[in-house]
Design a protein around this ligand. Structure first.
Ligand code: CO
Length: 214
């Protein structure tokens, strides 16, 4: 239990430091949250969403799962998305993967993990869709990182295809979907140049993805 006591102790210090610099901080947050961003990222402990973009509590809504996958039947992810878009009215959705992702690697190597195999099947679908492009890359680490990128792009497209985002665009709500990749080795984010803010951009992004893999 000593380990957990340390965490609770850390928490008290953290709270005190924030209150010292901004006495009303927690009271204001208790009234409401007003995040502009939704982050959909990997559960990996090395990718601490809010921390790595320098945001404070209340500024970013977060959903994380193994290999940052967005599936149209995943009510967990869809509920987060709906809450963020319909109620919190976020302006940006960031799908963020990272290089060397263990989930993506397990999918690529077809490793048997158990229950997660069914989840990572979605990443294998991405891999098969881009087989021509991936098979040209001989170095395994580079191939893995390319698949991590392609997975981000495909999952960002999936976000754009959800009824939640489609309905938001239909009613004229400003909402853009982005794809980023995080470098575990240098702590830096890279924009994958995918920014989808309406139906037309979604179609173009899809065509570009298909073309790049053709
Ligand atoms: Co990962």
């Amino acid at each position: 239990m000593k380990e957990l006591n340390e965490l609770l102790e850390n928490n008290r210090g953290w709270s005190e430091r924030i209150k010292a610099s901004d006495p009303g901080f927690f009271q204001a947050l208790a009234q409401q949250q007003n995040p502009r961003y939704l982050w959909i990222g990997c559960s990996d402990s090395r990718v601490p969403a809010t921390q790595l973009v320098g945001l404070s509590p209340g500024e970013m809504f977060v959903h994380r799962n193994v290999a940052n996958v967005v599936v149209h039947t995943d009510f967990n992810c869809l509920s987060v998305l709906e809450f963020a878009v319909d109620l919190l009215k976020v302006s940006h959705i960031i799908v963020c993967g990272h290089d060397g992702c263990n989930g993506v690697q397990a999918a690529m190597q077809n490793r048997k993990l158990g229950l997660a195999d069914n989840w990572l099947r979605f990443v294998q679908d991405v891999m098969q869709r881009h087989d021509a492009l991936l098979s040209e890359i001989r170095d395994e680490a580079q191939r893995l990182n390319k698949l991590c990128e392609l997975n981000v792009i495909e999952q960002a497209l999936n976000v754009g295809r959800t009824t939640i985002v489609q309905n938001a665009w239909d009613r004229g709500q400003e909402l853009a979907v982005h794809g980023w990749i995080y470098g575990i080795g240098d702590g830096l984010l890279r924009d994958l140049d995918i920014c989808i803010a309406n139906q037309t951009e979604l179609s173009i992004a899809y065509k570009n993805t298909v073309k790049a893999s053709g």
